[in-house]
Write a protein that binds this ligand. Structure first.
Ligand code: HEM
Length: 431
């Protein structure tokens, strides 16, 4: 018999699907469904999914396992070494343009870098990096971002309570201004279009394409690029030469979509710090530590639940077996980020791991991915988050909703940010 990875039987496939995939699908891979999120957080369904993977590793060893469902075969990664290999070899044996991801994202960002195959990916990556890094390196852009964040967040400091709804609405204005410029501040329609199409993306290929909505989303984006003086990242796009196949407007849709993960981790960071006054005091005084807190919230509750790849060619694996081209490869972030076998701090809030090199050394901790397809927006996200949380931490916050974010017990693996509510303490508002 040819050597090969363990192929799990029907019972394990059903467990993987029912306990791992279905609750995540219900939450929404592309945009969270608040009701399902509340329910899955109450049940802590990510903990169930992690247990299934732990159990497979216990029974079959650390090598990856193959599972087939609905005619599609996926290789489920269970070891940090395999995770590293797949991320590092993206663009060689593995493509980020995985079939399911393409089905989900093509509703609103066909031609975006993340789902671009082959040679065009190289050109689009170059364009994305030039436009984003060019802005991030420009002191004028950085200063404008800081001013935008302060202006939008300060009204939140006036009231005595903070809810997800208010926080998210303010963040939407920040994202529109950073991506499209100040002219887009109140363009709620563009956010609405994006989110309607993201809801379609939650259904992958099961939802029909709404071409008219997408055309409107693209036309509005083009409108900001065509302004005499575009602002935000749109200015970087205008300044970056682009051949026809680059499709700059499609690239911007990914930025606009991806930025919507930042409010989730920032709000959870605030929740964690509100339950830890000493760490909040340090975060106020030390920006590097505050950035580490945001990364730590992303480790604990990764907003990207799964990193998917497809093999592009027959791929040799350790042990001498060959994976056929077109196989899905599954990197499950909530599992790797809380791997109790590898990480003594798995279920604790320990921002120090991002400062002393422990988290960076583990490729299996990858909230912004790693390797050739790593996130080029990471720096903008982290600096926006640090500015925003510095502003918010001008007040003391207390969590007033029921929550399990405190240090007394292991942190849950599923978190519902939408139910978190805060009350402000006495610290003086500055400015
Ligand atoms: C909290 C916010 C964000 C998180 C957690 C995040 C995370 C990620 C992850 C995990 C990937 C790899 C996905 C995969 O391989 O399947 C990725 C790719 C990417 N991200 Fe982000 N991202 C964020 C925000 C942003 C922003 C704001 C931008 C742009 C300004 C951006 C631009 C990109 C691009 C262009 C890619 C595709 C890279 C490639 O395929 O080569 N991201 N991001």
């Amino acid at each position: 018999m040819a050597p090969g990875p363990t192929r799990v039987g029907r019972t394990d496939v059903v467990r993987l699907f029912a306990i791992g995939v279905l609750p995540a699908f219900a939450q929404g891979f592309v945009i969270r469904r608040p009701l399902a999120l509340r329910l899955t957080a109450a049940l802590d369904t990510h903990a169930w999914g992690c247990r299934v993977l732990d159990d497979l590793r216990e029974r079959y060893g650390p090598g990856p396992v193959l599972a087939t469902a609905f005619g599609r075969t996926g290789l489920v990664l269970l070891s940090a070494e395999d995770a590293r290999r797949v991320l590092a070899e993206t663009g060689v044996s593995f493509t980020s343009a995985n079939r399911e991801k393409m089905a989900a994202l093509s509703h609103f960002e066909p031609d975006a870098l993340l789902i671009s195959p082959g040679a065009v990916k190289v050109e689009r990556r170059r364009f994305n990096e030039a436009a984003i890094d060019g802005c991030a390196a420009d002191p004028g852009f950085r200063e404008a971002c800081r001013a935008v964040v302060e202006e939008e967040i300060r009204p939140l400091l006036v009231g005595d309570t903070l809810t997800w709804k208010r926080f998210h609405a303010a963040y939407q204005r920040i994202v529109r201004r950073i991506i499209f410029g100040d002219a887009a501040r109140d363009d709620e329609r563009i956010t609405d279009l994006r989110d309607k199409l993201r809801s379609d993306g939650n259904w992958l290929m099961l939802h029909r394409k709404r071409h008219r909505l997408r055309a409107e989303l693209f036309a509005r984006t083009q409108g900001y690029l065509d302004l005499p003086e575009p602002g935000g990242l749109a200015r970087g796009v205008r300044a970056t030469p682009a051949a026809a196949e680059i499709e700059p407007v499609a690239q911007m849709q990914h930025w606009f979509f991806a930025f919507d993960a930042a409010p989730i981790s920032d709000y959870l960071t605030l929740g964690l710090l509100a339950c830890r006054p000493e760490q909040a005091a340090r975060a106020r005084a030390d920006r590097a530590y505050l950035r580490a807190c945001v990364l730590e919230a992303q480790r604990l509750w990764p907003t990207t639940m799964v990193i998917l790849r497809d093999t592009t060619v027959e791929t040799h694996w350790q042990g001498g077996w060959i994976l056929p081209a077109g196989t899905a490869v599954i990197f499950c972030n909530p599992f790797f980020h809380r791997d109790v076998r590898l990480l003594p701090y798995a279920d604790r809030f320990e921002p120090e791991v991002w400062l002393d090199g422990r988290a960076d050394a583990q490729w299996s901790i990858a909230p912004f991915s790693r390797g050739p397809a790593r996130c080029p927006g990471k720096e903008i996200v982290l600096s926006t988050s640090a500015t925003l949380l510095t502003e918010l931490l001008a007040r003391d916050w207390r969590v007033t909703s029921s929550n399990r974010l405190g240090p007394e017990r292991p942190l849950p693996r599923t978190a519902d940010h939408t139910s978190l509510r805060f009350a402000a303490g006495n610290r003086a508002v500055h400015g």
